[in-house]
Design a protein around this ligand. Structure first.
Ligand code: G
Ligand code: G
Ligand code: MN
Ligand code: NA
Length: 254
């Protein structure tokens, strides 16, 4: 209850901020996108990480207004970078299951895009398998409508949920993010290697891009590049940092 009230106040007082973690194309090393990750700058506690409050915000529903703020702020920042002539590929935003189930999701996305002027194709939404599988029938229709706006869709933590390959085929997706649990084991663990290579092969056959998250070592990065993984993200390549800092990685548009 205490935390619930303080989360609500944090939103009202503007204590949330977004950090951005870079994603790089493995083939060229170029910046392919940035993922927005929420932080709470608490007046007494300092920086609070989402691991400590996102689950609670999911339970009490505050993730819906907090998530709407995240979308709005990410789109605003993306458009500001564009106006500064910076190239950053896309900006990825995490959507929780509760947001995906909310009635006003489409309006929230449309409003964030319209108010900011960010081109929809520069926004990518990351969903987990469980958020989608909760109601697969309705999910396809909702995903189709998001995709119709021109927004890209990605499955986060892929391989940890229970989406079947059949359902995967039906979703209008752009990319899969291989869960960091598998990335952690490559290139030493034979099972993680097999799973990672299989995900890349299936994704590519389905016309999807593959992003590896949680890349922490040069060996992992080399393996992923050789395996044909399109994009890599992780502490080795860049930690989540403030907008001004990630902007230094963005080249000027010519
Ligand atoms: O940044 P960090 O690794 O601490 O994030 C922990 C978890 O919080 C990750 O699973 C990430 O997806 C989630 N997360 C970070 N920012 C957001 C956000 O804006 N919305 C939602 N729903 N989850 C987020
Ligand atoms: O679930 P999601 O993919 O949205 O989680 C993103 C979170 O993963 C971020 O909070 C970020 O801090 C964390 N993260 C990013 N790169 C790495 C990494 O290389 N290793 C680990 N352990 N966590 C990472
Ligand atoms: Mn994510
Ligand atoms: Na993830």
């Amino acid at each position: 209850m205490l935390l619930e009230n303080s989360l609500r106040r944090a939103l009202e007082r503007g204590e949330f901020e977004l950090h951005y973690q870079p994603q790089f194309a493995t083939a060229t090393g170029r910046l392919a996108g940035v993922e927005a990750l929420i932080r709470w700058r608490h007046p007494e506690l300092g920086m609070v990480f989402p691991g400590t409050f996102i689950a609670l915000a999911e339970q009490n529903g505050l993730i819906v207004p907090i998530g709407a703020w995240v979308l709005k702020e990410a789109c605003r920042q993306g458009k500001a970078w564009l106006d500064e002539g910076r190239r950053f590929g896309h900006i990825a935003v995490n959507l929780s299951a509760r947001q995906f189930a909310a009635d006003d999701l489409l309006d929230t996305i449309r409003e964030a895009l319209d108010n900011s002027g960010l081109p929809p194709s520069m926004l990518e939404l990351e969903l987990t398998e469980s958020a989608i599988m909760h109601n697969p029938g309705e999910a396809i229709e909702l995903l189709d409508r998001i995709r119709d706006m021109g927004v890209a869709l990605s499955i986060d933590d892929f391989g940890t949920g229970y989406s079947s390959l059949a359902s995967l085929k039906q979703y209008p997706l752009d990319s899969l993010k291989i869960d960091r649990g598998f990335v952690k084991g490559v290139p030493h663990d034979a099972d993680d290697v097999a799973i990672t290579e299989a995900i890349i092969a299936i994704a590519h056959k389905m016309g999807l891009k593959v992003v590896a998250e949680g890349v922490e070592t040069a060996q992992q990065a080399e393996f992923l590049k050789a395996a044909g993984c399109d994009v890599a993200q992780g502490f080795l390549l860049g930690r989540p940092v403030a907008a001004s800092e990630v902007a230094r990685l963005m080249t000027a548009a010519d």
